[in-house]
Design a protein around this ligand. Structure first.
Ligand code: ADP
Length: 233
């Protein structure tokens, strides 16, 4: 027990140090961003606006990574509440509605007759589902309107677990992507952080659940999140 306590202590310290480093890196980045913007008209005159654009995009990407890192490295003892999975999903779909309209994809939630309850940190699980739905929209967007985008969210349950399936008809994944998609910083997107799924994986594991994926290139992808059902709710 003593050793575990020692290790937890060390991990907590490491978390705090990393968080403060991340925080400190943000300040110089903000300064660099400001000065590049001041220099931009001069670069434009020299015909080098492309350089300014790249610098700004890359600074923004670094900022995104730090932001997500700070978010994910917070000591995250889940703040649990008992909620209905169905209403949780409805809320998430509402949040993605405008983006779905823009990418021209339809999101369908398949109704579940019996109410299913889980004891979860609502903010964290919402973040996981949002990550997955947004990835699905990106995968549809990357097809450039080749087919009508469709995302189906379905619930299934057995005695102990509820399964949330999120299926899209986007571009699917090749075997290399499939093998690495939960790795921190793995991304195939220009401007992606590659943190969404690694953070999601950790959140689901902290809830005693599992997340799995099945995908075929050119056909689509299905993510399945299993979470322990709240027994006696
Ligand atoms: P990011 O979205 O910043 O790239 P993620 O960790 O959320 O980071 O995703 C990692 C990678 O997994 C993505 O870059 C993409 O290649 C792949 N991916 C995730 N979801 C899907 C999906 N629904 N369809 C196709 N590829 C996906």
């Amino acid at each position: 027990i003593e050793q575990t306590a020692y290790r937890n202590d060390k991990l907590a310290t490491l978390g705090k140090i990393s968080a403060s480093i991340a925080h400190e890196i943000r300040n110089p980045l903000t300064a660099i961003r400001g000065f590049i913007q001041l220099l931009r008209p001069h670069l434009l005159q020299l015909g080098k606006d492309e350089y300014a654009r790249i610098i700004l995009t890359e600074i923004d990407r670094a900022n995104d990574i730090i932001y997500e890192f700070l978010n994910s490295s917070k000591p995250s003892a889940p703040q649990k509440k008992i909620v209905s999975v169905h209403s949780l999903l409805k809320e998430v779909i509402l949040l993605t509605e405008s983006e779905a309209l823009m990418t021209g994809c339809q999101i369908v939630l398949v109704e579940e007759s019996s109410p299913l309850y889980v004891s979860i940190d609502v903010k964290q699980i919402k973040q996981v589902i949002l990550n997955i739905v947004k990835n699905a929209m990106d995968a549809i967007d990357e097809l450039d309107g080749e087919r009508n985008g469709f995302i189906e969210i379905k619930l299934k349950a057995d005695k102990k677990y509820v399964q949330i399936s999120i299926r899209d008809n986007g571009r699917g994944m090749d075997p290399n992507t499939l093998a690495h998609l939960f790795d921190p910083f793995f991304t195939t997107k220009e401007g992606g952080t590659g943190l969404g799924l690694s953070v999601s994986y950790r959140i689901i594991r902290n809830h005693g659940g599992v997340i799995s994926v099945d995908s075929t290139k050119g056909i689509g992808t299905e993510f399945i999140i299993s979470l322990p059902l709240c027994t006696g709710c």
